[in-house]
Design a protein around this ligand. Structure first.
Ligand code: ATP
Ligand code: MG
Length: 397
């Protein structure tokens, strides 16, 4: 019945978006989509037209009650539209069986929306189970997805949601939504309930996952910084889901369409430009890096020769776990494998805002930066300050 969608999942017939990004998503088109809840005068969503290109992450922002959730839920028909049409790719799905549709559209809500009485593996395997995949295939897929969202399968697959932190639950929620490799992912304020640092890591991971998978993602948020950071495009809505502006983050920051958008963007637009600067855009310092378990005296010798005061220690997979001083290392025989839970770490795709937040949260003057191959470098607060200065000068002309 919806072979079009199934066929376009994981297929690369569509042209890559500019920078050769892989696209496994399909486009979404809304034509005059309206929702009138019974007993309410004005429609919650009033005749919305919208085109969402395949493989893009499009952010929905706007005041509370303006219809963002209603619009999102009409896409997977958790809410039945009163009128209008919805297309996935070329296929009109307005009349399609909602159960079938939902298997092709992943849905992530706050706190992951996990079933508390099911293990992580069972939660993630729900849709593949409905699709009658065999047990081995489901269990392989669960492990693959846990790896993708940064959770060790051995540790987490048999846990229950209550045995996870908020951020971990959210990761499992994302894994579950991706289980059957749907071309479309809907996310309704998924990171709204976690602390700022966890939120920033989840955002970084979502960026990485999206770079890998190229889904079409519709993401509702209250946080304009989050919209700027994650979005390929942002839709700014007003009451009745009226589209006030639909453009790239850069364009909206530079030229808000109406006073209303300018207010929403906020007075700190100059500083918000910082949200557009990625850690990968600035010069990093290349620190001394060593593996846990290495001979400490040798590491100290090398670091001293290189004039370094600190050394980044990684686990056997190259992930940073601590950042001791040379003085500390000179007091031990082997480099310890202790994981510093407070270690300030950001990804290359993190924004300078995030890096600054992370430093402040850890009360440190620097952060370790990770990339694909492990530690990509170190960034110090002076670099952020210099970049802020540069950004200000550029924005002011
Ligand atoms: N099930 C429902 N029955 C009646 N009215 C509803 C229902 N769900 C939402 N509404 C109304 O429709 C409008 C849009 O609600 P919606 O939840 O889509 O807003 P939202 O933009 O997601 O808001 P928020 O940012 O607070 O999540 C609101 O006026 C709301 O009161
Ligand atoms: Mg909502």
């Amino acid at each position: 019945m919806s072979d079009t969608i199934a066929a376009s999942t994981g297929d690369t017939t569509q042209p890559p978006a500019g920078n050769e990004r892989r696209i496994s998503g399909v486009s979404i088109r809304l034509e005059g989509v309206t929702k009138r809840y019974s007993g309410q005068g004005k429609p919650a969503v009033d005749a919305v037209d919208l085109d969402i290109p395949a493989g893009q992450m499009v952010m929905f922002v706007g005041p509370s009650g303006c219809g963002k959730t209603t619009l999102l839920k009409m896409l997977n028909r958790l809410v039945e539209p009163t009128s209008g049409k919805i297309f996935l790719g070329d296929e009109d799905v307005t009349g399609q069986d909602p159960d079938q549709l939902r298997r092709r559209i992943g849905y992530v809500i706050q706190a992951g929306g996990l079933f508390p009485h099911m293990t992580v593996a069972t939660n993630i395997g729900l849709v593949p189970g409905m699709l009658k995949w065999d047990k081995q295939r489901i269990s392989d897929r669960v492990d693959e997805l846990l790896e993708l969202v940064g959770l060790d399968p051995e540790v987490y697959r048999d846990r229950y949601p209550r045995e996870l932190s908020g951020g971990q639950q959210q990761r499992v929620g994302v894994a579950r939504a991706l289980a059957a490799d749907p071309p479309v992912l809907l996310m309704d304020e998924p990171f709204g309930a976690v602390d700022p640092i966890t939120r920033q890591r989840l955002q970084d991971e979502l960026i990485r996952i999206q770079e890998e998978l190229g889904k079409t993602i519709v993401f509702v948020t209250h946080d304009f910084d989050e919209a700027v950071k994650l979005g390929d495009r942002i839709v700014v809505f007003d009451v009745g889901a009226r589209v006030v502006q639909y453009d790239t983050p850069e364009a909206i920051l530079a030229d808000p369409a109406e006073e209303y958008v300018a207010d929403f963007v906020g007075a700190g637009a100059t500083l918000k430009q910082l949200t557009l600067t990625r850690v990968s855009d600035v010069e990093l310092i290349h620190p001394q890096v060593t593996r846990a378990g290495a001979d400490a005296a040798e590491v100290v010798r090398q670091a001293t020769a290189a004039g370094e005061k600190y050394v980044v220690v990684t686990d056997r997979r190259g992930r940073p776990i601590s950042w001791p001083s040379v003085a500390e290392l000179s007091r031990v025989a082997t480099v310890p494998d202790t994981v510093d839970e407070k270690l300030p770490v950001v990804g290359l795709r993190s924004t300078l805002n995030d890096a600054l937040d992370t430093m402040l949260a850890a009360s440190q003057g620097g952060v370790v930066v990770t990339g694909r191959g492990g530690v990509a470098g170190v960034m110090v607060v002076e670099t952020v300050m210099a970049a802020i200065q540069r950004t200000r000068e550029e924005v002011q002309g």
